[in-house]
Ligand binder design. Structure first.
Ligand code: FNR
Length: 234
């Protein structure tokens, strides 16, 4: 703890949002999100870090049933394609998964990335052109965590053709639709990722993902490893 640390309660709130955030697609309620709460979520997104302070994001707030239905149709088309990548039991299991809540959720939100914002020389982007996309993902995560703290579920739908999605939302050519999100209150937040509960894939042990100094090096700090393996280690 330092003089700059949050209080225990505040830290627990932050870690709780991180731990208990879920990707939601099956538990949406139709209840509306009040404008001041939606505004807080958008402000949280807008306070994300961005390369060179580029702030490449825009937010397309969608409450039109016609637009939602058009995007749902894009999902159905892309999902049929995706399903054809699997065979046997995995294909059956894939088809049972619910992978979107586009029409069930009261608000859809597309967070976009303007790839030209800030001009041709954005500080920090010279060698890594994709940092504008990374920055936009951080805006998504800020919103996702803030939503969890507000009791609002968020589901990311990426099973859509981005070119067709951009056309549907009338995005300019240089604006990429990074995240199509479904937002709404929920009947419950599942205790684990829905894909894990469905037996699709489970969380990898963090210890297996650690490297010391170089990819082929191991972490020599045993205290770190045992802290990571403590059941309440967050
Ligand atoms: C970039 C990106 C894109 C998608 C997702 C996530 C991210 C980060 N996820 C959600 C994903 O399946 C989920 O995050 C993991 O299964 C882990 O679950 P929790 O988010 O911890 O609940 C997701 N889920 C889904 O049902 N349909 C989708 O199209 C997508 N697309």
């Amino acid at each position: 703890m330092t003089e700059h640390s949050f209080t225990d309660e505040q830290r627990e709130g932050l870690y709780r949002a991180i731990r208990e955030r879920r990707d939601v697609r099956s538990q949406f309620l139709p209840d509306p999100i009040a404008p001041d709460i939606l505004a807080r979520l958008l402000q949280a997104a807008h306070h994300a870090p961005s390369v060179g302070f580029m702030q490449p994001w825009d937010f397309v707030v969608i409450d039109s049933l016609d637009i939602k239905r058009a995007v749902k149709a894009l999902y159905e088309q892309a999902n049929a394609d995706a399903a054809s990548n699997y065979t046997g039991d995995r294909a059956t299991q894939y088809r049972r998964l619910k992978l979107e809540g586009i029409v069930d959720s009261p608000i859809n939100l597309c967070i976009t990335c303007d790839r030209q914002r800030g001009g041709p020389h954005v500080l920090g982007r010279h060698t890594m052109l994709e940092t504008d996309l990374f920055s936009t993902c951080l805006a998504v995560q800020n919103l996702w965590l803030a939503a969890r703290a507000e009791g609002i579920g968020v589901g990311w739908v990426s099973i859509v053709d981005p070119v067709l999605l951009a056309q549907t939302l009338k995005l300019p050519e240089h604006v990429y639709p990074v995240a199509y999100l479904c937002l709404g209150y929920v009947s419950e937040f599942l205790p684990k990722p829905e894909l894990e509960i469905a037996g699709w894939r489970s969380r990898l042990p963090l210890e297996q993902l650690l490297h010391g100094n170089t990819w082929d090096g191991r972490i020599e700090n045993d205290a770190l490893i045992s802290a990571i393996n403590k059941p309440d280690g967050t």
